[in-house]
Each structure stands twice: as structure tokens, then as C-alpha cells.
Design a protein around this ligand. Structure first.
Ligand SMILES: NC(=O)c1ccc[n+]([C@@H]2O[C@H](COP(=O)([O-])OP(=O)(O)OC[C@H]3O[C@@H](n4cnc5c(N)ncnc54)[C@H](O)[C@@H]3O)[C@@H](O)[C@H]2O)c1
Length: 380
């Protein structure tokens, strides 16, 4: 039977533009679908760079205006891999044009933007998904299976951190290509929306909704030269963000993210402690899941380091022989594979825009709490 085409238009050819393009090419080589992805067009403001991306990854055309991309009738799905300030307008226009949408995280720069985006995709009835890719690292997916099977029992604690160190230099400018994350107008917030959003998405997926939060943020470098204006301007982002939280299931949590933890490049770790068992995971060793089961016989009880590479572990039957690890880029391959599987089953692949809105509601509450000094509700 001839496969159905999924004709893709990508916006943004940077870090995520590459990760997504790789996923579009790799997923059908390792997974079986009724759909066949077709890389129709890549959009970026610089035509030469867009053409270079198209040539490298196999897109058959380029656009320099995202609205022109959306206006094309030979595209079924718009993939948004542009900075955060672009997400809302592109997603709403794509939904109104009846396109499916995959959007990078955070969904909006704040929950109000995300609410508009959710309304647009739900009104249009178009399939939609947000690239919270850490859910698709096999060890993290295995953690979800173990928790859903009830092996941990009652949950007491959740703990997550995401540490980097790339903005410590005082003379690092803000704004423009590569540095838009330091420009609050473009990014929406600092590490809260950039790094903690990942931690919150995984946390709520594993442990359910967060009820309320108490946050603390700091901007260590108050002024930086802005690359687009040439002026020294106030820095509006949070450089570090910590918060305490209470989940609806009664468990307590602590979260921390910073770009000022010298020596750490992308240290995302999570831990969950239950009545019967605990789980730990570390992005620097992403194919391992540490698991402690109090039910083990006492003399041999201890933390197990599970090497998540066997065929009965999530996604791993699609790759190599048992024992051989996969990496960061595969989380995007898995996410796109799940999107296609969802299309075939006519079931939304998660997280949808609505799920990602829940994360933005929490990040807004963290930022608000840091301002008010009060606990803030983190539910819609
Ligand atoms: N899921 C993840 O783990 C993850 C990791 C990194 C980034 N992200 C998210 O992905 C998005 C992109 O981040 P990135 O690191 O790839 O950024 P990047 O700076 O590497 O790339 C951004 C791209 O968007 C393009 N762009 C900017 N304005 C545009 C416009 N008006 N029209 C068309 N293209 C435009 C830029 O030219 C560039 O190609 C952000 O929302 C970010 O938060 C997610």
C-alpha cells in the first residue's frame, strides 16, 4: 500500500532545526509507519543559510518568510524551531491554515501566550505536540513505566536540577543570533522557561500536577551590551531559579536551574523517592537508570544501575543489539516517531499544546512567587 505523505515545513535551522531534521530522516529508517515524511521546505531569514540547511538535510525548497511557508498548500505540518518569541504567531497562523504543528518548548513566552496557542489548535482541530524530548530518553520512559506500575508506592519527594555555566562572563552580550536566550523580550524568561520548563514537564509527567510553588530567582549580571542595539541594557532574564513545590499527590519537591554553576554544561538530574523504591536519572549518563527497591533481599539490597539498552526496554528494540547505547538525538527521533504513531492511531501524541500550557502555568507561578515572596498556586 502506498504510504501517506507527511509534508514538512520547518521554521529555524539552528540547534533544534538540526535535531528535528535528523529526526525526520531517521525515524522512518528505524520505525515502521503508514506515513512517509517529506522534507518540503525550510524557512529562515537568511536565504543562504536556509539553502545550506536544505542542501545538507534534503529539503527541496526554502522560504525566508514564515507566513509564506504557512501559505503553501504543499505542506501538512509546520515544525517551529525558532526562538520563543516566534512560537505564538507562527503556531496560531499555522493552526488557522489547518496545518499540523510540532512546536519547540517552552510553548509560549508565558502562559497567556500559550493559552492563545492552545485555543487556536483546539479550535482548528489540528494535531499538535511540543518537543519536550526528555520524556523520550529510554531510561526516562522506563522510569515512567516503573512509576505507573506502582512500584514506588506512595511518593514522598521529587528533586530535579538543570545546571549550566555558559553565561558567567560579564562581557557576554545579550540578544541576537545565538544569544537570544539572554534577551527577555525574545526568551520570555531566563533559566525558568528554558531549563526548568524541561524539569517541570518531566516531573508532572512522572508525578502528576503541581499544586503550588515558592520561588527564588536572581539576575547576577544586571547589565549587558545588546547585540542588536549596540547599547548596554538592563538584563531582564533570571540567571538562576530555584523553587519548592507541593504536588497534588502530597509529595514535596525541590527544583533548581542556573547558568552559573561553573563546570556544569547540561547537568539535568531527577530523583523520585517513594515508600518502596527510588529512582535517579542523570542526563550525563542518559542510558542508565538508577533504581533502589527496598523489597530486594536485605543482604544484596542496593542501588542498581540499569543499563537501558535491551530490547524489552522502551524504544530499544528499534536500534542495535542489547548493550549498545544510543544518545541525545534519539530522543527527538522517538518523539517524531510517537507523533506519527499518534496520527495513525488518531490519538494525540503527548505532550500536546495543552500539556505544555500546564508547564508554562508553573513557570509563571515560580516567577510570580519570586517577586511576591509568597507561595503561589500553580494550577490553571
Ligand atoms: N527541546 C530541547 O531540548 C531544546 C533545546 C534547545 C532549544 N530548544 C528550543 O528550540 C527553539 C529554538 O532554539 P535553538 O537553540 O534551536 O535556537 P537557535 O538560535 O540555534 O536557532 C533559532 C533559529 O530560528 C531562526 N529564526 C529566528 N527568527 C526567525 C524568523 N523571524 N523567521 C524564521 N526563522 C527565524 C534563526 O535564524 C535560527 O535558525 C527555542 O524555542 C528553544 O527554547 C529546545
Amino acid at each position: 500500500m502506498a504510504k501517506k505523505k507527511l509534508r514538512i515545513g520547518l521554521v529555524g535551522y539552528g540547534f533544534m532545526g538540526r535535531a528535528h531534521s535528523n529526526a525526520f530522516l531517521q525515524a522512518p529508517r528505524y520505525f515502521d509507519f503508514d506515513y512517509e515524511p517529506e522534507l518540503v521546505a525550510v524557512c529562515g531569514r537568511d536565504k543562504g543559510n536556509a539553502e545550506a540547511h536544505a542542501a545538507r538535510w534534503g529539503y527541496s525548497s526554502v522560504e525566508t518568510d514564515w507566513q509564506a511557508l504557512i501559505d503553501r498548500d504543499d505542506i501538512d505540518m509546520i515544525d517551529i524551531a525558532a526562538p520563543n518569541d516566534m512560537h505564538k504567531d507562527i503556531a496560531i497562523a499555522a493552526a488557522e491554515a489547518g496545518k499540523m504543528i510540532m512546536c519547540e518548548k517552552p510553548l509560549g513566552r508565558n502562559a497567556d501566550e500559550s493559552r492563545e496557542m492552545v485555543a487556536a489548535v483546539e479550535k482548528a482541530g489540528v494535531p499538535n505536540m511540543v518537543w519536550y524530548n526528555y520524556r523520550r530518553i529510554p531510561a526516562v520512559t522506563l522510569a515512567k513505566q516503573i512509576i505507573d506500575e506502582g512500584k514506588l508506592g506512595r511518593i514522598f519527594h521529587y528533586r530535579a536540577k538543570f545546571l549550566q555555566d555558559w553565561t558567567i562572563a560579564e562581557d557576554l552580550p545579550q540578544g541576537g543570533a545565538g544569544l537570544w536566550r539572554l534577551d527577555v523580550g525574545v526568551a520570555g524568561s531566563g533559566v525558568t522557561g528554558d531549563l526548568l520548563a524541561h524539569c517541570i514537564d518531566t516531573a508532572m509527567w512522572l508525578n502528576g500536577p503541581i499544586e503550588n510553588v515558592s520561588g527564588l530567582t536572581e539576575t547576577f549580571i544586571k547589565e549587558r551590551m545588546h547585540n542588536l542595539t549596540g547599547n548596554v541594557e538592563k538584563v531582564g532574564i533570571d540567571d538562576a531559579s530555584l523553587f519548592l513545590a507541593r504536588f497534588q499527590n502530597g509529595s514535596l519537591a525541590s527544583f533548581e536551574a542556573t547558568r552559573y554553576a561553573r563546570g556544569h554544561k547540561a547537568l539535568y538530574t531527577l530523583e523520585i523517592n517513594g515508600e518502596h523504591a527510588s529512582i535517579m536519572w542523570d542526563l550525563h549518563d542518559l542510558h542508565r537508570l538508577d533504581y533502589f527497591d527496598h523489597g530486594d533481599e536485605g543482604r544484596v539490597r542496593g542501588w542498581r544501575s540499569i543499563h537501558v539498552t535491551d530490547g524489552d526496554q522502551p524504544y530499544m528494540d528499534k536500534w542495535w543489539v542489547p548493550g549498545l547505547a544510543i544518545g541525545y538525538e534519539h530522543s527527538f527521533v522517538h518523539q517524531f516517531a510517537d507523533f506519527l504513531t499518534g496520527l495513525e492511531a488518531n490519538e494525540p501524541a503527548l505532550p500536546t499544546f495543552r500539556d505544555a500550557l500546564a508547564t508554562d502555568i508553573v513557570t509563571d507561578a515560580v516567577l510570580k512567587s519570586a517577586e511576591t515572596g509568597q507561595w503561589e498556586p500553580a494550577t490553571a
